[in-house]
Ligand binder design. Structure first.
Ligand code: FEO
Length: 404
């Protein structure tokens, strides 16, 4: 069928029917500078099945893509792999438009969808981990992936096409007309996959490793991974790469890299950051990112911290506290639970100096292995203080060498 918006063929019987969101710039606190996609898939099995819906405002786009290949009224089943509203927001509309015979979700998914939309529980048919669903000529197997990304999350595996519908897993926020990973610049893929992992998945790294292990033990051949955001993986090397990245990030393996996060009132903490950075370099750190919080977003800091072995944080003291931008980024990072970090704290102050001390307390709670006490300089660092900062950077670099 013709139409301005088209479905995209993934296999002979599976089509992408999602939506691009080129304007999205914030996803619950995460900057999405390349927008996003909400992927949904139509399986043209004997029982025509829709895998996930899209964010509510994009439902017309999804319906138009479905209508480009079949009459949308032919949809018999909907599978909701994840209840977060970027995937389930369009479900009530889909129910009204398509009138499916059944909607399937995990047991936790059933509860989450009922709590979101106040359906009668019987509206959603719960499926168990490992359960299969016959679509006539095709079969779906459901694999619970609790906490990837929410307690309700599950993968659906389409055996005949060796296709894993992985909802948030292996996704990225990237609006693109290219639907497949092999059509996208690999540097953009690597960056956006890492950013997504750092900001959405890092907290659940131990569960990532268990899930990878569980899927491996199921011995399922996987020829295609179709996530709910970003491109679809269909080449063996691309599937291998994203699986290897998830294994590496799941183990929180670190590089010879350090991130300096700071803010400044009158330039003193900035001066200290610059000299600590040179000390890190002199001590042998290969990759150093200096991130002033008046020009950096918390989600970019999380991205850089993902593979960094060092996290060095500096703040002036204002009103007996750390600078608010540091409170923001530390609150965010603490929630994401980065592991295996060596750290240091520095700052400047006028009369009380709590900023650096409070930061040291938060980093200790995050189990960052701190090098020495905070360097806390009154008003403006002199040459001796700056030399102390340089040596601090060298000491942190030496500690980093022991953990990578
Ligand atoms: Fe893409 Fe957890 O939603």
């Amino acid at each position: 069928m013709n139409g301005p918006l088209q479905a995209v063929k993934v296999t002979d019987l599976v089509y992408w029917v999602g939506a691009g969101d080129w304007a999205l710039r914030d996803f619950h606190g995460y900057t999405t500078s390349r927008g996003s996609t909400y992927n949904a898939y139509l399986v043209l099995a004997d029982k025509v099945t829709l895998i996930d819906t899209v964010k509510a405002p994009f439902m017309e786009q999804m319906r138009a893509r479905i209508a480009s290949i079949i009459d949308p009224a032919k949809i018999q089943y909907i599978v909701s792999n994840h209840s977060e509203l970027d995937h389930s927001g369009g479900l009530p509309q889909a129910m009204e438009w398509f009138k499916p015979e059944k909607i399937f979700a995990s047991t936790m998914g059933q509860k989450a969808l009922v709590d979101h939309f106040h359906f009668e529980p019987a509206t959603i048919t719960p499926v168990k981990d490992g359960e299969t669903l016959s679509l006539g000529n095709m079969t779906l197997t459901f694999i619970e992936t609790r906490m990837l990304h929410w307690p309700d999350s599950m993968f659906s595996y389409l055996a005949e096409d060796e296709l894993l519908f992985s909802q948030d897993g292996f996704g990225m926020h990237l609006a693109s007309e290219q639907r497949f990973a092999d059509e996208v610049d690999p540097c953009i893929l690597d960056f956006e996959a890492a950013k997504y992992y750092a900001n959405i998945i890092m907290l659940y790294s131990p569960i990532v490793l268990k899930t990878l292990d569980k899927v491996q033990k199921m011995n399922l051949p996987i020829s295609i991974i179709a996530p709910d955001h970003g491109p679809i993986y269909r080449r063996k090397e691309d599937i291998g790469r994203i699986l290897e990245q998830y294994s590496r990030w799941g183990h929180q393996k670190k590089q010879n890299k350090a991130v300096i996060v700071y803010d400044t009132m009158w330039g003193s903490t900035a001066k200290m950051a610059g000299v600590i950075s040179e000390g890190l370099l002199a001590g042998g750190v290969k990759d150093i990112k200096v991130m002033p919080m008046h020009g950096s977003n918390r989600s970019d800091v999380a991205t850089e911290v993902l593979e960094a072995a060092g996290l060095v944080v500096g703040s002036p003291t204002i009103n007996n506290q750390m600078f608010p931008t540091l409170a923001d980024v530390l609150c965010y990072l603490k929630g994401l639970k980065p592991q295996n970090l060596v750290g240091g704290v520095f700052g400047s102050y006028g009369w009380s100096g709590e900023g650096a001390k409070d930061i040291a307390g938060i980093l200790a709670e995050m189990k960052v292995d701190l090098v020495g006490d905070p360097i806390n300089i009154k008003y403006v660092p002199d040459q001796a203080a700056l030399q102390q900062c340089r040596e601090f950077g060298i000491r942190i670099a030496e500690k980093i060498k022991t953990v990578i």
